[in-house]
Design a protein around this ligand. Structure first.
Ligand SMILES: C[S@@+](CC[C@H](N)C(=O)[O-])C[C@H]1O[C@@H](n2cnc3c(N)ncnc32)[C@H](O)[C@@H]1O
Length: 343
């Protein structure tokens, strides 16, 4: 079954986001070509984040209060590294918990929040047994279209997987909207939410009484194979940029742990770093541009040193010599009487 429904509008969320800098290109610069970072390189998500990110496509004239848009080609570029990074260790307790749930006629009902083009479903659906119905939530109808078209078809045991899409603001989801859910997932979402939004998400998820698998939240740490004295300043400036307008950025996992713990869930956290080398050079180059651009936008005094730094790093990337770990965390919250956070 495929069906696209429109639920809430993102208007109130837009008002809270503050100004963004929409851009009408969705091309990604070729890897290895040194380029000075610009506001166009700043992107939200588990990587470069900020209000001036590359937009997807101009569906209509963008206003200053429009929320951040995510380029499908950026999401596609990172999908392989995301898949390799995801913490498979969390799948064992998740599968156990799903197996304990009473069976539903259509199988597991899984709500993926901020689904983008649907990479979470493409990764997880074939790793879970049994029929599944995925409800894909995003505020961007363009990305929802991609997600529906490229949705997963089969579970690990060959059972059928179906999908529907829902357009709306996931920060305003209630437990009613999640009624009957077997699982809530999100990927690269928590760090672009506020504390209040994560609390609301935890309330909705706990109210629905289902587990939550919330993956690939930025941890705020980056490690290069060849360290540079500027790495720390750039990382600090980037993290500060992520926290703009009250967004959680690198504080997202701690906030989510607290939120789920307070609601009686058992929370597990596992690292899920991108490990980027020569094979991932196009992603590494694009990520680097965004990381440096956000840092400079946050701290303009870094600009001349950051420009030279970026040129050097991109040259290393083009030569297949750049190694970098971009740290993320995955979180599994299992509802139940036992509270507490373990890692
Ligand atoms: C970094 S992308 C991650 C997309 C996808 N989960 C993935 O891992 O590739 C964040 C996604 O969350 C969506 N998003 C962010 N805030 C949202 C909100 N408040 N309501 C609905 N969708 C939101 C964006 O439109 C985007 O698709």
């Amino acid at each position: 079954m495929k069906k696209t429904t429109s639920t809430t509008s993102a208007a109130s969320d837009i008002q809270r986001r503050g100004p963004v800098t929409p851009v009408d290109t969705n091309s990604i610069p070729a890897a290895g070509i040194p380029a000075q970072p610009t506001h166009r390189d700043v992107k939200p998500g588990a990587g470069p984040v900020g209000p001036g990110e590359r937009s997807t496509v101009r569906l209509r004239e963008a206003g200053p209060d429009d929320p951040p848009r995510y380029a499908p080609d950026w999401l596609e570029l990172r999908e392989g590294a995301d898949a390799a990074a995801r913490a498979v260790e969390l799948l064992v307790p998740l599968r156990n918990r799903l197996a304990e749930q009473p069976g539903k006629p259509g199988g597991h009902v899984i709500h993926d929040l901020g689904c983008g083009t649907g990479s979470m479903g493409r990764w997880l659906a074939p790793r879970l047994d049994g029929a599944q119905h995925w409800v894909l939530h995003d505020r961007d109808p363009y990305l929802l279209h991609f997600a529906a078209v490229a949705s997963p078809r089969a579970a690990a045991d060959g059972s059928h997987v179906t999908v529907e899409t829902r357009r709306g603001d996931v920060a305003r989801l209630t437990s009613d909207a999640l009624a009957g859910a077997s699982l809530v997932t999100a990927s690269a979402l928590l760090d672009v939410l506020t504390r209040e939004e994560v609390d609301a998400l935890a309330t909705a998820s706990a109210g629905a009484g289902c587990p939550a698998l919330l993956t690939l939240s930025v941890a705020g740490r980056v490690e290069f194979g060849t360290p540079d004295p500027l790495d720390g300043d750039l990382a600090d400036a980037f993290n500060a940029h992520q926290r703009r307008a009250g967004l959680l950025g690198p504080d997202a996992v701690t906030a989510a742990c607290e939120a789920f713990d307070e609601r009686g869930a058992t929370v597990r956290v596992h690292p899920s770093a991108w490990r980027l080398g020569p094979v991932e050079a196009p992603l590494a180059a694009e990520w680097l541009r965004g990381w440096v651009a956000a840092a400079v936008e946050e701290r303009p005094a870094l600009k001349s040193r950051a420009d030279a730094y970026l040129t050097e790093r991109l040259e290393a990337c083009a030569a297949g010599e750049l190694l970098v770990q971009v740290h993320h965390s995955d979180l599994l919250a299992l509802p139940g009487p036992m509270g507490g956070t373990t890692s």
